[in-house]
Design a protein around this ligand. Structure first.
Ligand code: HEC
Ligand code: HEC
Ligand code: HEC
Ligand code: HEC
Length: 211
C-alpha cells in the first residue's frame, strides 16, 4: 500500500509539473517553489487519486471474482448413472488397469492412457467427485478445472470465451453460459467425435441443404 500511495503522490507531483504555470520546471524546482497552499492541494489531489484507485481496484476485484464462477451447462451424464456412490459405496475400489467387464463396458480409455487410469481423475473413495493433482475434490460441474490442469492454453481460451465459443450460448436474461469441455469432448476418448454436428435439415423437395 505504501508503495502504491507513493506512486500516486509522484503522479500528483508530475501533474503539477505539467501545469502550464510551472512550465519548464522539473519536479524538484516545482516542489521547491510550492507554498503551503500548493502542498495542501497536492495532498488533496493525491488523496482523491488514492481513493479513486481503491474504488477502481475493489470494482475490478469483484468483477474478476464473478468471472471465476463460471455458469455452466449441466454435465452430460448418462441418465441414472449419478450418484455414482449408489453402487460404489458398497464396492471395493479396484485401481488395477483392466478391461471393465461388468459395468461401464462402453468406456475405453483413449486419453493419454499409457500414463494413467480411471482413478487419476475420479476419486476412489468418493466416486461422486473428480480429483485434481493436489487431491482437491471437485464436482462434475467443475470438470473444466481438471481439464485445465493439463490443457492450460485451451483452458485460458475457454475462460476468455474463445475456445468452444461457436456453440456457446446465452441463457436467461443476458447471462452467458459456458459449455463444459465434456459437453464437446468425451473425457475418456477426446480425440474422436468432437461435437458431432447435426445433419443439415431437409430442404424443400427433399433436397439436402448444402453449402
Ligand atoms: C481425464 C480424466 C478422466 C479419466 C482418466 C477417466 N474419467 Fe471418467 N469421467 C471424467 C469426467 C470429466 C467425467 C464427466 C463427464 C460429464 O460431465 O458427463 C467422467 C464421467 C465418467 C462416468 C459417467 C459416464 C456417463 O455415462 O455419464 C463414468 C461411469 C466414468 N467416468 C468412469 C470412468 C472409468 C471406468 C474410467 C477408467 C477406465 C474413467 N472414467 C477415466 C474424467 C475421466
Ligand atoms: C450400476 C452401478 C454403478 C454405477 C451407478 C456406477 N458404477 Fe462405476 N463401477 C461399477 C462396477 C460394477 C464396476 C467394476 C467393473 C469391472 O470391474 O468390470 C465399476 C468400476 C468403476 C471404475 C473403475 C475403478 C474401480 O473402482 O473399479 C470407475 C473409475 C468407476 N466405476 C467410476 C464411476 C463413476 C464416475 C460413476 C458415476 C458417474 C459410476 N462409476 C457409477 C458399477 C457402477
Ligand atoms: C493428466 C493430464 C490431462 C488431463 C487432466 C486431461 N488431459 Fe486431455 N490430453 C492429455 C494428453 C497428454 C493428451 C495427448 C495424448 C492423447 O491424446 O492420448 C490429451 C489429449 C486431449 C485431446 C485431444 C487433442 C488432439 O490433439 O486431438 C482433447 C480434446 C483433450 N485432451 C481434452 C481433455 C478434456 C476435455 C479434459 C477434461 C475432462 C482433459 N483433456 C483432461 C492430458 C490430459
Ligand atoms: C463448444 C464445444 C467445445 C468446448 C466447450 C470445448 N471444446 Fe475443445 N475443441 C472443440 C473442437 C470442435 C475442437 C477441434 C479443433 C478446432 O476446430 O478448433 C477442439 C479442440 C480441442 C483440443 C485440441 C487442440 C486444439 O486446440 O486444437 C483440446 C486439447 C481441447 N479442445 C480441449 C478443451 C478443453 C480443455 C475445454 C474446456 C476448458 C474445451 N476443449 C472445450 C470444441 C470444444
Amino acid at each position: 500500500m505504501r508503495a502504491r500511495g507513493a506512486k500516486w503522490l509522484d503522479m500528483a507531483a508530475t501533474s503539477y509539473n505539467r501545469n502550464p504555470s510551472f512550465a519548464g520546471g522539473g519536479v524538484h524546482s516545482v516542489l521547491s517553489r510550492m507554498d503551503d497552499e500548493m502542498i495542501n492541494s497536492s495532498m488533496w489531489k493525491a488523496i482523491c487519486l488514492l481513493s479513486l484507485f481503491l474504488i477502481v481496484e475493489f470494482f475490478f476485484a469483484s468483477i474478476t471474482k464473478a468471472v471465476e464462477e463460471f455458469p455452466v451447462s449441466p454435465p452430460p451424464m448418462t441418465e441414472g448413472i449419478f450418484p455414482c456412490s449408489n453402487c460404489h459405496t458398497s464396492m471395493e475400489v479396484n485401481p488395477k488397469k483392466r478391461e471393465l467387464m461388468e459395468e461401464h463396458t462402453n468406456i475405453k480409455l483413449r486419453h493419454a492412457e499409457t500414463m494413467r487410469w480411471c482413478l487419476d481423475c475420479h476419486d476412489g473413495k468418493n466416486r461422486d467427485k473428480l480429483r485434481l493433482f493436489n487431491e482437491e475434490l471437485i464436482d462434475f460441474d467443475e470438470s473444466y478445472r481438471l481439464c485445465g490442469e493439463c490443457h492450460g492454453t485451451t483452458y485460458r481460451d475457454w475462460k476468455a470465451g474463445i475456445h468452444g465459443k461457436r456453440t456457446g450460448y446465452f441463457m436467461g436474461p443476458g447471462k452467458r453460459t459456458y459449455l463444459l469441455c465434456a459437453n464437446c469432448h468425451n473425457p475418456h476418448d477426446p480425440k474422436f467425435k468432437p461435437l458431432k454436428p447435426e445433419p443439415p435439415p431437409e430442404g424443400p423437395m427433399g433436397k439436402k441443404n448444402e453449402r
